[in-house]
Design a protein. Structure first.
Ligand SMILES: [Zn+2]
Length: 461
């Protein structure tokens, strides 16, 4: 049966998206996001014999291990070594199937399609009870619902100090995890107050082993990895999608965020795109990925911790204030519209790095209203085309969505959804490598001045 994933408001520009799911030969789920009803694609059978596929390795060599020195989980995924690596065009597994040449997508055409990764780093999460505090349950089924999903009022500032805050040591995070500086003078915001929570314990006690257990802590790689194909056209790229196709991709991301976030064991949904061989992309076909992690990621913990510390020291919402501060400075703003602002962050790490924030703060993709979804597509396509114009060709980039954790009730309303686009290219033909200071010390050295990068992007069309 066809089940509309989104009911558009009467004024919505793009049509509704129809979501239909089926199964591949080895049981993996495939979900078609169709731009018109009645395609019948989900009913097309996968004719491949995948019965001798090894499947994800489940031995002790794979899994998630705790790094007690850094206070972070590391995913060991040995089975991924066998994955498809830069196949020739005629063997692309993301193109639609043709007679005699079946691919991962059994249908002969598609708009946007999502399927479970054949070589997943994380797998086995099942629909079921959500994270410990159950907030993900509130998201379940909210996929693509416009306006107000999750009941998050866009409340500018006004976060009472302490709300969502992280008492030092709560949950037993190893001391100093996540960059707790020695000495208040090191960190600009609220001396003293910044330490607690910077490592982000707020995300739930189960996430962080402590004491001697932390020396050998491991857990199964429970989670989910999905692939999102943006178009059936092998030679296209996100930057060249139509706004309505980009909108269908956003619908798919919102749907998967809600569905995966409601699965048992998943604490964080991450939608992203790696673009270009230089980033390590193994398939050229335009696609992104969605990971459902069984823990809150270090970057998210950091964002939550910083926002909590900022609020505790008597300020409003950190995400709101960062955007307001960029707008008021103006020198790093790249482009904006009624619903979104794109700017190079003042302390950009990558040579070309742009953050896109909605004007009305929301915690995640499902909470974006219809108008904001449309406006995002307009601005994001504009920003990507500016990247192309600066380099004279499509640069390699990483696009990463930062969303509130699934089930993070305490912090959900204070989190600010945003997209970060980062190009590893410094100049035509020159790449930025994560070398000694970045890989060894976590200190980034960027030799492109952010204001200059913003100016080039602003002027590039
Ligand atoms: Zn292809």
């Amino acid at each position: 049966m066809h089940e509309p994933a989104a009911v558009p408001a009467p004024a919505a520009v793009p049509a509704a998206v129809w979501k239909n799911s089926g199964r591949l030969a080895d049981g993996r789920e495939i979900i078609y996001f169709d731009e018109s009803p009645g395609s019948g694609r989900a009913q097309v059978r996968d004719t491949r014999d995948l019965s001798d596929e090894a499947g994800p390795a489940t031995g002790p060599e794979s899994g998630i291990r705790w790094d007690p020195l850094a206070g972070e989980w590391v995913v060991i995924a040995a089975q991924r070594q066998g994955r498809t690596f830069l196949p020739p065009l005629e063997q692309c597994p993301l193109c639609p199937s043709r007679p005699g040449r079946p691919t991962e997508i059994p249908a002969s055409d598609y708009d946007v399609v999502v399927f479970e990764n054949r070589f997943p780093s994380l797998y086995g999460a099942q629909p079921g009870p959500a994270g410990p505090d159950g907030a993900a349950a509130a998201q379940a089924g909210s996929g693509g619902t416009p306006e107000g999903v999750g009941g998050t009022p866009a409340r500018a500032g006004g976060t009472p100090a302490g709300v969502g805050g992280t008492p030092a040591g709560a949950g037993g995070t190893p001391a100093g995890a996540g960059g707790t500086p020695a000495g208040a003078g090191d960190t600009p915001a609220g001396a003293g107050g910044t330490s607690a929570g910077a490592g982000g314990t707020s995300a739930g006690a189960g996430d962080t082993p402590s004491g001697r257990d932390s020396l050998t802590a491991r857990r199964p790689p429970t989670g989910r990895c999905e692939v999102v194909c943006f178009t059936a056209d092998h030679d296209s790229a996100f930057a060249y999608l139509t706004p309505s196709r980009a909108r269908t991709v956003v619908e798919a991301g919102a749907d998967r965020t809600a569905v995966l976030g409601a699965m048992g064991g998943i604490r964080q949904v991450f939608c992203f795109e790696n673009k270009g061989e230089e980033i390590g992309v193994t398939l050229h076909h335009p696609h992104g990925q969605i990971y459902g992690f069984p823990f809150v990621t270090p970057r998210t913990r950091q964002l939550i911790g910083q926002a909590a510390a900022y609020a505790r020291s008597g300020n409003g919402n950190l995400f709101d204030d960062v955007v307001a501060s960029e707008l008021s400075a103006g020198t790093r703003v790249v482009a904006r519209n009624e619903h979104w602002t794109a700017f190079v962050p003042a302390a950009a790490r990558w040579p070309y790095e742009v953050l896109l924030f909605p004007v009305r703060r929301v915690p995640d993709l499902p909470a974006l209203c219809d108008a904001a979804r449309d406006a995002f597509c307009e601005l994001y396509l504009d920003v990507l085309r500016r990247f192309d114009a600066v380099f004279g060709s499509q640069p390699p980039y990483i696009a990463a969505w930062y969303q509130a954790p699934a089930g993070g009730t305490a912090t959900r309303n204070d989190f600010g959804l945003h997209l970060r686009v980062m190009s590893v290219r410094r100049a035509p033909g020159k790449l930025k490598y994560l070398a000694g200071t970045e890989s060894g010390m976590g200190v980034w050295i960027n030799d492109v001045v952010p204001e200059t990068a913003a100016l080039r992007l602003r002027e590039a069309r």
